[in-house]
Design a protein around this ligand. Structure first.
Ligand SMILES: Nc1ncnc2c1ncn2[C@@H]1O[C@H](COP(=O)(O)OP(=O)(O)OP(=O)(O)O)[C@@H](O)[C@H]1O
Length: 364
């Protein structure tokens, strides 16, 4: 018989006592196109959570639809508190929240049947294997023994754990542990997963792999994702939508495309040559001498604002050719999410270590 975890279990499992699950296994395609538009997966209205010494959420009102949504905020912004309220694991002081159309304050158990949760902190038992642990969590969610084993094998394979899944978790790397936490959130085939800082502690390559896995949870299986991060740029390539909170308040809620609108600026990337070991620098100098509005900068990309001057494109092409550089790309520059927040008030900028070179993150 499946057991029952206390409500304060880090995984928030409560036993639904049901004997059937969505039978889509791991093959449910993501809904596409208009069919997903206008559907609210998570909604909050004036949501407030006050602890004795701090207000963690302050009148938060936001609607979140299907797909991958990044919930971004500095450490202490209120992300984990929001997740706990959504799951019905903590009461709000004021306001209301609903998940998949159910009231979080009243229907927590029903919500947790349909939602997977990956906690932020390390809370895995070190002495048992990933397989044993995930089977256990599947059983806790009410899956019969055989189905629990099958889905555990499928899910661990999906997150990229193979032979290691039979070894004790205590010997796993941080990345492997994060994968186990993701697997247990997915094993009961939820409609939505809430992932709290899943890239924490990972190196840049590990972050990219985890973000790719998260993206596929939606594109391959149609499971919506709310993923938190304190790194603003990290979710740029992974998410469909970003919600930014600060001090428990909504700063911005927008599609990624909205954040990263194209600008009028052209982005030009060129190769270096023996004659011009700094190809981009040589191009900047030559284009400025030709009268174009070249933005100051370093690195391999050159930014030029052509304004209304259609001849600018020809000038750029001809200048690259005259310098003997290779033209790798010339396209309209898109804002990076981090640039959108560059002019923010210092008070709104929180802590958080920026990841190493090569990752996409910028601390909020
Ligand atoms: N149980 C609690 N009792 C008192 N204060 C709390 C409690 N839980 C959270 N807080 C406070 O509420 C604020 C928001 O915390 P929360 O954990 O939601 O932030 P977060 O955005 O998830 O940050 P982090 O990534 O650092 O966990 C913080 O100031 C935190 O110290």
């Amino acid at each position: 018989m499946p057991g029952r975890l206390p409500a304060d279990s880090p995984y928030g499992r409560l036993i639904p006592g049901k004997d059937s699950f969505r039978d889509s296994g791991l093959t449910c395609p993501a809904p596409q196109g208009d069919s997903v538009l206008g559907v609210t997966v998570i909604a909050t209205d004036g949501l407030t959570k006050r602890y004795p010494s701090v207000t963690a959420l302050d009148g938060l009102t936001v609607d979140i639809g299907p797909g991958v949504t990044g919930l971004v905020g500095a450490n202490g912004a209120g992300k984990s508190t929001l997740i706990k309220i959504l799951l019905g694991l903590a009461p709000a002081t004021e306001g209301r929240a609903s998940v998949l159309g159910r009231n979080s304050a009243l229907d927590g158990a029903a919500i947790r049947e349909q939602v997977g949760y990956m906690p932020e902190h390390d809370c895995l038992p070190p002495d048992i294997s990933a397989t044993e642990f995930v089977v256990h969590m599947a059983r806790m969610s009410g899956l019969p023994r055989t189905a629990a084993r099958e889905r555990t094998a499928d899910t661990l394979r999906h997150v990229g754990l193979y032979e290691e899944r039979y070894r004790p978790i205590g010997g796993y790397s941080t990345g492997m542990k994060q994968r186990v936490k993701l697997a247990q959130a997915l094993v009961h085939d939820p409609k939505l997963v809430l992932l709290d800082e899943p890239t924490n502690g990972l190196d840049p390559a590990g972050r990219d792999e985890m973000l790719g896995l998260i993206r596929r949870v939606w594109t391959d299986f149609g499971i919506s994702v709310l993923v938190t991060s304190h790194l603003l740029g990290e979710l740029e390539r992974t998410g469909d939508h970003i919600v930014v909170i600060d001090g428990g308040r909504l700063l911005r809620s927008e599609s990624i495309a909205g954040f990263t609108q194209t600008t009028s600026t052209l982005l030009i990337e060129v190769t270096d040559t023996d004659a011009h070991p700094d190809g981009a620098g040589a191009l900047r100098t030559a284009l400025a001498a030709a009268g174009l509005a070249v933005e100051p900068g370093e690195g391999r990309n050159v930014h030029v604002d052509p304004g209304e001057d259609q001849a600018a494109y020809d000038t750029i092409r001809d200048t690259v050719a005259e310098l003997g550089l290779g033209l790798v790309r010339m396209e309209q520059h898109r804002h990076r999410i981090a640039e959108v927040f560059q002019d923010r008030e210092p008070a709104a900028v929180g802590s958080g270590s920026a990841p190493a070179e090569g990752s996409t993150g910028h601390a909020v």
